[in-house]
Design a protein around this ligand. Structure first.
Ligand SMILES: Cc1ncc(COP(=O)(O)O)c(C=O)c1O
Length: 379
């Protein structure tokens, strides 16, 4: 009789739903025969990486036969100077997802609990469940909330803390909603969390946020030894294909994360590229400015068309079409534009659009107008 390997897997894994990535361009072009596809599905940076990264990658070829610097010395050195922390407070990851996974493996197991908000980033439940821990999901703020619709409800999150809670995941800003928490509310929240509970503030889109009230969480590391801040090179630094992220926290917690970190988890080209990317503040500023323009473009476009959207501070915007968004997503695919359905987040009427360059934003909007103007897309 054939073996049922599912029954042999650990309990958490048996019930896991795999992460759903955005549709790859090659897949769409193979399936529908379209070309010149615009992929606005995974919050990648359309500006691409800094030319300093490209130059660094063309420098004398790194020795690919040797293992990477497992300690990531050069990158950590640069990061520690830039962020004004010690190298021992930094843990490098194969993308920040890797760091989120390390946090779960270090602090969670069966019988322990982790908290996150409804509509929060989809990797949290995977990390929690994979190690057999219990996820406690707080209701998000109502969709018609005046200040922070769909946002994390910090009171609701606090209310879920029990003696078993070990980790709280907070995405700031959150993906896929683009909602964010200001310094006062987040500070007040963390101040009330027991020190025995690790608070992870996931700042994957940190560099894009220009709101003056957005927190400078690294300043809080001294007062909150239970705080872990995670960031990535996948978004504004445009290195998603190379996989580099990091956590900054107390040296004691970093030591624990490094115990579960796979040796050599960040590869040599990734280390070189991330270090070079940190040298180009000008490119960063250009990307921030283009994104800001893009946010204004999309918000104005939605308002003109009376489309409901969630106000965003990230490099993406989520639109509520007030009806099943799947036919719109599929019609957009036929227009060679890949958007992101987010029914898996409990938002079946919404699509998330990565904010791009002015030309690509317009191209996407034209396609959306065509789709919404057709019978299929009509309101
Ligand atoms: C909120 C949030 N956190 C973390 C990540 C993980 O990014 P990476 O593993 O590429 O660093 C993402 C990616 O989409 C994200 O949206």
């Amino acid at each position: 009789m054939a073996v049922d390997f599912k029954s042999l897997a650990v309990k958490g894994v048996q019930g896991l739903q795999p992460y759903l990535p955005g549709k790859p361009i090659e897949e769409l072009e193979r399936e529908l025969g379209v070309s010149n596809t615009l992929k606005l599905a995974s919050n990648e940076n359309p500006m691409g990486p800094s030319t300093k990264v490209i130059d660094a990658l063309h420098e004398p070829t790194p020795q690919l036969d040797l293992y990477p610097d497992g300690g990531g010395f050069i990158l950590k050195d640069k990061l520690s100077k830039k962020l004004d922390v010690t190298q021992s407070q930094i843990t490098l990851g194969n993308g920040s997802n890797d760091v989120l996974d390390m946090i779960s493996r270090a602090f969670l197991c069966e019988g322990r609990e982790a908290i996150y908000s409804e509509f929060a980033f989809a990797v949290y439940p995977i990390c929690i469940q994979a190690v057999g821990a219990t996820a406690r999901v707080s209701k998000a703020l109502p969709t018609d909330h005046t200040e922070n619709p769909y946002g994390h409800d910090l009171d609701a999150m606090s209310a879920l803390i029990t003696d078993q809670t070990r980790v709280i995941f907070i995405a700031n800003p959150n993906n896929p909603t683009g909602t964010w928490l200001n310094a006062n509310e987040l500070d007040e929240f963390i101040s009330k969390v027991p020190e025995t509970v690790v608070v992870v503030v996931d700042e994957a889109y940190f560099e894009y946020v220009t709101e003056p009230e957005y927190p400078d969480t690294l300043q809080w590391l001294d007062k909150y030894p239970n705080l872990i801040v995670t960031r990535t090179f996948s978004k504004i630094y445009a290195l998603a294909g190379l996989r580099v992220g990091y956590a900054v926290c107390s040296e004691q917690i970093a030591d624990l994360l490094n115990r579960v970190r796979q040796p050599f988890n960040v590869n040599t080209p990734a280390l070189i590229s991330a270090s070079a990317a940190l040298d180009d503040n000008e490119h960063l500023a250009t990307c921030v400015a283009i994104n800001k323009e893009g946010i204004q473009f999309w918000e104005a476009a939605c308002q003109e068309r009376e489309l409901s959207y969630i106000p965003t501070v990230g490099n993406f915007i989520t639109i509520d079409f007030k009806r099943d968004a799947m036919p719109i997503y599929e019609a957009m695919l036929r227009e060679a534009v890949i958007l992101r359905p987010i029914a898996n987040y409990g938002l079946p009427n919404h699509l998330r659009i990565t904010i791009s360059t002015p030309e690509e934003n317009q191209q996407c909007l034209d396609a959306l107008d065509k789709v919404l103007g057709s019978n299929l897309g009509s309101k």
